[in-house]
Design a binder for this molecule. Structure first.
Ligand code: NAD
Length: 497
């Protein structure tokens, strides 16, 4: 452990000042009820801040402000070049405050500082810049309509968008929603997860500094069962962009059906298969990527490669390679730049993971890890875990554990591999490791997943859509396709001949 570097982050952490109020209509405000909730650093179990617990009055105020700003045109009708300049400034400000934002997310949910400084925060800045740049480069369409007719297909901003996001990439998941929604000209209400609201509040400060007008971007910290549901059921919210569990995603469909039929776009859970064929010519690279794919971010990744489907003839060899990698993935202090696995987000999630590990021990073979550790006074640390001899119908192969737990299932034939890979309610991501070109193409045709990575895991970026088949979701984040979620298509037909 590089003590100097740890101390330096710990010293910076002591100086950090968090926003603790909601941001509504360009102003900081306590919750109308005066209620707050504790935000806890899971790596120490110490309280970081007491944050406003928004409820009905706050949601109503935010929606009213968002609607007023939208109708005024202060953002929605602003020339594209001006919106682009403001969002580009926001991307710059995020980089300027990169250390503070990285530290905030690390303290808030326990992920390693190296991930937040190299991934979450600069990646979020890139995403905002990408959408800023797109604003004045995406054209509408003219449809074939015959002589004397002009048929235009125009995109219009929807209005008020509610964005409800999870804790596993607190800043980045928020940005994946708000960047395209704001780029299209909408007003936005962001509700971060109750486990990790602090970086979203900093985002409100930076957005205002960048020049996003009052009412256009509001942040409401609070609980899912209150602020989240109220956004989902609000009669004047036009659309909800949600990332979180499949269970809560379904609630949002119900809220919509029981209120104003608002559009609901869902990025939900996964149980992604990682298929390793014996004809893969670089098993070392496959093992490196597979280890990162399940143990990176403590396994708290929607597209984590949690089911390893490996050809029987190489199973033992591959598990041995993974066990070597597990040694390099031991949980550590998230503030240590050498740590590549931090703490689980909270005690409740740690208990949930441990209960799956207990269930797994009774039905499969635990070959690595499975331990809960105590570090710095917190027992929210779980070691990299591998279960062998898993059958795909077992609970540890079917349910999303959202922790560093790998289920290994062997197969004999390509057909069997496909059957197992698709035998899940989810369809977020899949990986295939093979050097057989024809096999790879046969498989990418039939694997049911929003992203299929070949000879890599969890590939993606701003330029390609991210989202799920089946119960992993509806709609796509990232790429120009995200604009489909936050705009309405209007046909305007002019007869002039
Ligand atoms: P969660 O579903 O518990 O919470 C997500 C958000 O919904 C939070 O803001 C929460 O406050 C809110 N919420 C909770 N209950 C609610 C309710 N009854 N009504 C309205 N809102 C409610 O998920 P989580 O535990 O924060 O995150 C983990 C889940 O997120 C995993 O299932 C993971 O797969 C998923 N996830 C998916 C993606 C993706 O892009 N597909 C990305 C990251 C995480």
């Amino acid at each position: 452990m590089d003590r100097g570097a740890v101390t330096s982050w710990a010293e910076q952490a002591k100086k950090l000042k968090f926003h603790t109020q909601a941001f509504i209509d360009g102003k900081w405000a306590d919750a109308a009820s005066g209620k707050t909730f504790d935000v806890i650093n899971p790596a120490t179990n110490k309280v970081l801040a007491k944050v406003a617990a928004c409820d009905k009055e706050d949601v109503d105020r935010a929606v009213k402000a968002a609607r007023k700003a939208f109708n005024s045109g202060v953002w929605s009708k602003r020339p594209p070049g001006e919106r682009k300049a403001i969002l580009s400034k926001l991307a710059d400000l995020i980089l300027e405050h990169q250390d503070e934002l990285a530290l905030t997310d690390t303290l808030d949910m326990g992920k390693p500082i190296t991930l937040t400084t190299t991934g979450d925060i600069p990646g979020s800045s890139d995403t905002i810049r990408w959408y800023a740049e797109a604003i004045d480069k995406v054209y509408d369409e003219i449809a074939p309509a015959g002589h004397g007719n002009l048929a235009m297909i125009r995109r219009e901003a929807l209005g008020v968008i509610g964005c409800v996001v999870p804790w596993n990439y607190p800043f980045q998941m928020a940005v994946w929603k708000i960047a395209p929604a704001l780029a299209c000209g909408n007003s936005v209400i962001l509700k971060p997860a109750e486990q990790s609201p602090l970086s979203a509040l900093k985002l409100a400060e930076l957005a205002a500094e960048a020049g996003i007008p009052a009412g256009v971007f509001n942040v409401l910290p609070g609980f899912g069962e209150t602020a989240g549901e109220l956004i989902g059921r609000h009669m004047d919210v036009d659309c909800v962009g949600f990332t979180g569990s499949t269970e809560v995603g379904k609630y949002f469909l119900r809220y919509s059906a029981e209120s104003n039929m608002k559009q609901v776009w869902l990025e939900c859970g996964g149980k992604s298969p990682n298929l390793i064929f014996a004809d893969c010519d670089d098993l070392e690279a496959a093992a490196d990527a597979s280890a990162f794919g399940i143990w990176g971010n403590q396994g708290e990744v929607c597209s984590a490669n949690s089911r390893l489907l490996v050809e029987e003839s190489i199973k033992d060899k591959f598990i041995a390679l993974l066990r070597e990698r597990a040694k390099g993935f031991q949980p550590g202090d998230p503030l240590d730049p050498a740590t590549n696995m931090g703490s689980i987000v909270e005690a409740r999630q740690t208990e949930k993971i441990m209960s799956y590990i207990e269930k797994g021990k009774a039905i499969a073979s635990l070959v690595e890890g499975g331990k809960r550790l105590t570090l710095n006074g917190s027992d929210n640390f779980v070691t990299p875990t591998i279960f062998d001899n898993v059958k795909n119908n077992m609970v540890i192969a079917q349910e999303e554990i959202f922790g560093p737990v790998l289920s290994v299932i062997s197969f004999k034939t390509e057909e069997e591999a496909v059957k197992i890979a698709n035998d899940t309610i989810y369809g977020l991501a899949a990986s295939i490791w093979s050097n057989n070109l024809k096999r790879v193409h046969r498989l990418t045709d039939v694997i049911q997943a929003g992203t299929v990575s070949v000879n890599c895991v969890d590939a993606g970026g701003n330029t390609v859509p991210f989202g799920g088949f089946k119960q992993s979701g509806i709609g796509r984040d990232l790429s120009l396709h995200a604009f489909d979620k936050y705009t309405n298509l209007k046909t305007v037909w002019v007869k002039y001949g």
